[in-house]
Design a protein around this ligand. Structure first.
Ligand SMILES: Cc1cc2nc3c(=O)[nH]c(=O)nc-3n(C[C@H](O)[C@H](O)[C@H](O)COP(=O)(O)O)c2cc1C
Length: 189
């Protein structure tokens, strides 16, 4: 398990192929996704499973919105937008549904991020691959509404999942010394 955590890499949508998790494996992924720290037990998140006909519907919606936003886009560009997403066999859309009350929204957002990350880790643990993207798609109000967002909700991430067609290359990571240090007390200036 620790090896999976230490070596996980995002895989681009164009490099995701079948098989994707389904049935019991998909259930394990969403179960792990909802087992996150959640101050106040608010569950300020929802997951939409997009697969099969859903992928067709979602990529058509994305293409339609792309065409609406880019009035000068030609058919090739619109189809490119449709097809690059349709390449993923499974998409989990994570929606953030903020709850009014005593729990700071920031903490609810962090919990929602943890949902996204648990999806990636669970998929990786089962031998699948994926990536967490927002692009313009997560910020388009009509797409958000179509996914089920209310007025205050947001799309935290679209997690594209499948099997890696080729092993991804490593990418640079910060040196631990740049981002981690022991704290031994406040320093006085
Ligand atoms: C909230 C969030 C949104 C992201 N959106 C995008 C995106 O729209 N496009 C993109 O290229 N990478 C995006 N990324 C980055 C990728 O998910 C990923 O971190 C990156 O490709 C590095 O891969 P790694 O997971 O192997 O470190 C996003 C990451 C986060 C946390």
């Amino acid at each position: 398990m620790i090896d999976r955590l230490l070596t996980r890499r995002s895989v681009k949508v164009k490099n995701l192929t079948n098989p994707a998790p389904d049935g019991a494996e998909l259930e394990q992924i969403v179960r792990a996704a909802t087992r996150v720290p959640d101050h106040g037990k608010l569950a300020p998140w929802r997951i939409k499973i997009i697969k099969d006909k859903g992928i067709e519907a979602f990529s058509s919606l994305v293409a339609t919105r792309f065409a609406a936003i880019h009035a000068d886009a030609n058919d090739k560009q619109i189809n490119h937008e449709r097809e690059r997403l349709a390449n993923a066999p499974l998409i989990l859309a994570v929606l953030y549904t903020p709850q009014e009350g005593r729990i700071p929204l920031w903490e609810q957002e962090l919990s929602t991020g943890a949902v996204c990350m648990n999806i990636l880790h669970a998929a990786t643990a089962l031998g699948f691959a994926g990536c967490w993207l927002t692009e313009w798609i997560a910020y388009d109000a009509e797409i958000a509404t179509a996914l089920g967002c209310g007025e205050r909700d947001r799309v935290a991430g679209l997690i594209y999942i499948g099997t890696a067609a080729e092993a991804p290359e490593e990418r640079p990571r910060p040196e631990l010394g740049e981002v981690v240090e022991e704290w031994v007390g406040a320093t006085r200036g």
